[in-house]
Design a protein around this ligand. Structure first.
Ligand SMILES: [Zn+2]
Length: 266
């Protein structure tokens, strides 16, 4: 890679990282309010403990949490470390997407995709649901962004693969859901459709890899939890976080994994 192009990508990664911090701050609101069926816009953020509205200066991602030593300024109640962690994770995901895709028209769609996956993973861990109020907005934002990227670059092949990938992802998990409705909720099926579409933009191999990684991670962790008796056989383990993680890995390192796999097969 030429020095100039490395510089552009580095700058883009920093920019995306900063945007990711702010988006992560919004994701904390989404993660807290969507399962409670509350508006994510109004009212403004307030302390869940004492109800005091959070001032602008105390609403700076990560920094405020550190300056306030993880406590509410008004009542001193602890603010869970998860809040800054979500912000840092979102920043890292955005920066990684920038490094992986470079200055690409598809980058905004992948940043939105990553933000949604992060929110979905945390909500599914907490509540065992994948809310339609996240899935549908994600689809209605990412699909037009991919369409725009295709129109601006003339890359209609990727768009076609995205459509096929979405149908394949949805279809594959719909079959699993049909066989085992208790093991696989319909939220997982919808999520697989979105994952299939986004990974399809990269290639159909990426779609297969993402779903495979999701099942693999879920199996390894599921068996681990059984063996260590953290969870019994009857306890549910949410599938969304594993699908989300599989999708992120497939976006960031899928090409390398697929290339390596291709070489072993000669
Ligand atoms: Zn408070």
């Amino acid at each position: 890679m030429a020095v100039a192009s490395i510089a552009v990508t580095a700058l883009l990664a920093v920019l995306c990282g900063v945007i990711g911090l702010c988006v992560g701050s919004f994701l904390n609101v989404v993660i807290h309010r969507v399962p409670l069926r509350q508006s994510v816009v109004r009212p403004r953020s307030h302390c869940p403990s004492c109800g005091t509205q959070i001032a602008e200066r105390d609403n700076v991602p990560v920094v405020s949490w550190l300056l306030l030593h993880g406590r509410c300024r008004a009542c001193g109640e602890r603010i869970p470390v998860r809040y800054p962690l979500v912000e840092v994770a979102c920043a890292a995901l955005f920066a990684a997407a920038a490094v992986r895709l470079g200055p690409s028209w598809a980058l905004p769609a992948f940043c939105v995709f990553f933000a949604s996956l992060l929110a979905i993973a945390v909500i599914d861990l907490d509540h065992f649901i994948i809310p339609n109020r996240i899935i549908y907005p994600t689809l209605f934002v990412t699909a037009p962004l991919l369409l725009l990227a295709a129109a601006l670059t003339g890359n209609w092949t990727s768009l076609w693969h995205a459509v096929v990938g979405g149908v394949l992802g949805f279809g594959a998990l719909f079959v699993v859901h049909f066989i085992s409705p208790r093991g696989m909720g319909f939220g997982d099926v919808r999520l697989a459709g979105v994952i299939g579409m986004m990974l399809g933009w990269l290639s159909l191999g990426h779609v297969a890899l993402a779903l495979f990684l999701g099942f693999l991670l879920a199996s390894v962790v599921g068996i681990g939890l059984l063996v260590t008796r953290v969870r019994g056989r009857k306890d549910a383990v949410p599938f969304g976080p594993f699908m989300a993680l599989g999708a992120v890995v497939a976006v960031l390192w899928g090409q390398a994994i697929l290339d390596a796999y291709g070489r072993t097969r000669g």
